[in-house]
Design a binder for this molecule. Structure first.
Ligand SMILES: [Zn+2]
Length: 206
């Protein structure tokens, strides 16, 4: 298959790779020693992925891609921060990726902890863990105010809010999407099925 060169092709490649993973027939492409040597001098990933750190969300595995394919940025609960926006801007400006994928997942511990914190105050020994909850809380509070209590629905809203925040904070990413040079897809990963379900798209149709 030709290397994806625009957002639509990049999304198609990711969807096809995920299909291989879901059906249990991964091709495990681009993981050989020869390619590793060829890539050492330059990387040209075809997409950036910003997702939750959850160990079950292994980026290259769930999309059946290989070395040099994805520029991956992850943290617990996929929460926007200056360093995250900087990493994604780097992938767009320097590496020229045509697609950013924002990936959440069902049963996300970070979103669940935030939801739980609205009933029982969060108690953690780590003094920075509450920062994660604090950043997801506005999404949870808005959902609860609208009568939405389902964890996976709230997680889906969090993916959408994450994309909105990325577009607000990065002039580069917003302008590239507006000029048609960059696409952004939001998706939800289903842990049991291994399926990536798209829930939002900017700059391309899916
Ligand atoms: Zn998670």
């Amino acid at each position: 298959m030709a290397r994806p060169s625009n957002a639509t092709e990049a999304w198609s490649a990711l969807a096809a790779g995920n299909n291989n993973f879901v059906s249990g027939t991964p091709a495990h492409p681009r993981q050989d020693a020869e390619l590793r040597r060829d890539l050492a001098s330059e990387q040209k990933p075809f997409a950036a992925l910003f997702g939750c750190s959850d160990s079950r969300l292994a980026a290259e595995m769930i999309f059946d891609v290989g070395l040099g394919d994805l520029f991956v940025v992850r943290n617990a609960g996929q929460i926007i921060a200056e360093t995250i926006v900087g990493s994604l801007e780097f992938s767009v400006e320097v590496l020229n990726v045509p697609l950013i994928l924002v990936l959440g997942h069902d049963s996300c511990g970070a979103v669940k902890a935030t939801l739980d914190s609205t009933k029982t105050p969060l108690a953690t020994e780590g003094s920075f863990i509450p920062q994660l909850v604090r950043r997801i809380l506005p999404t949870v509070e808005t959902a609860l105010a609208e009568g939405v209590t389902d964890l996976d629905q709230i997680t889906s809203r969090h993916v959408n809010d994450t994309i909105s925040e990325l577009m607000e904070r990065s002039d580069l990413i917003r302008s590239r999407v507006e000029s048609g040079r960059l696409g952004v897809v939001g998706a939800q990963y289903r842990l049991e099925e291994g399926l990536v379900e798209p829930i939002a798209a900017l700059g391309l149709s899916i």
